[in-house]
Design a protein around this ligand. Structure first.
Ligand code: ADP
Ligand code: MG
Length: 242
């Protein structure tokens, strides 16, 4: 049984049709990379998956929930589907630890002690356990993104969505974040990752999906799409980013 199933997804903003019939499944534990030119609909697709966007047609089922069905509890869905953005999106007025414990105490009703224990172990896992009492502004971009990943993991999600998690980072900070994500992938997390980091795709991804113009143009093993793309548009894109 797939944990993510997208069937004939159509999404428009006004007259602009951004997703034009997208179909794919993701099996539990898979890491799938989404690549494609700017404006091809990758971010919109991820936002549809956890119900941040309405859709015009089709169906998305994530972790057993039909995301756009009328009675779906989207807050409950988002507890099971973590999302990490390009821009970190930490709460600036909360320390790193508070960024993690706040949703645990407010949303999951955990005791503060237990929430802090969870926070401690996750911050250790992402390599910033020394930054618990620091505010986001006083961290590097790479450290902020590590904290954002820890916060995403705190709810114990079944699926993690990553939207260009390293593209706002200085190049020397990118590798550390990709290492954290690679470990997460190896630990069996189901991950959907929008990225242009083809080294990461080769190492961590089970499958790669290339999008252009709101449709899936080609999909397959990362090495196949990177080294031997069958579609001309995939070929051009790989040439441009390499
Ligand atoms: P990608 O992430 O692949 O760069 P996006 O999903 O961000 O692509 O955008 C796809 C298209 O949808 C673009 O043309 C973009 O301008 C448009 N778009 C995205 N979000 C909105 C929005 N909230 N309102 C109107 N148009 C949008
Ligand atoms: Mg995008």
């Amino acid at each position: 049984m797939p944990i993510v199933s997208v069937n004939n997804l159509h999404k428009s903003f006004g007259a602009l049709e951004v997703l034009r019939g997208v179909n794919f499944d993701v099996e539990p534990g898979e890491t799938v990379i989404f690549a494609g030119p700017s404006g091809s609909g990758k971010s919109t697709l991820l936002r549809c998956l956890n119900g941040l966007e309405k859709i015009q047609a089709g169906e998305i089922i994530v972790d057993g929930t039909s995301v756009h069905a009328p009675n779906t509890d989207l807050l409950d869905l988002r507890r099971r589907v973590g999302m990490v953005f390009q821009s970190f999106n930490l709460f600036p007025h909360l320390t790193i630890m508070e960024n993690i414990t706040m949703p645990l105490t407010k949303v999951l009703n955990k005791e503060l002690d237990e929430a802090r224990e969870i926070g401690q172990s996750l911050l250790k896992k992402v390599g910033i356990v020394d930054k618990v009492d620091v505010y986001p502004d006083n961290l590097s971009g790479g450290q902020q993104q590590r904290a954002a990943i820890a916060r995403g993991l705190a709810m114990n999600p079944h699926v993690m969505l990553f939207d260009e998690p390293t593209s706002a980072l200085d190049p020397e900070l990118t590798g550390g974040i990709l290492d954290v994500m690679d470990e997460l992938s190896n630990s069996g997390m189901t991950m959907l990752v929008v990225t242009h980091e083809m080294g990461f795709a080769r190492k961590a991804a089970d499958r790669m999906i290339f999008m252009d113009g709101g449709v899936i143009v080609e999909e397959g093993a990362p090495s196949q799409l990177i080294d031997n793309p069958q579609n001309e548009r995939t070929r051009q894109f790989m040439h441009q980013i390499s």
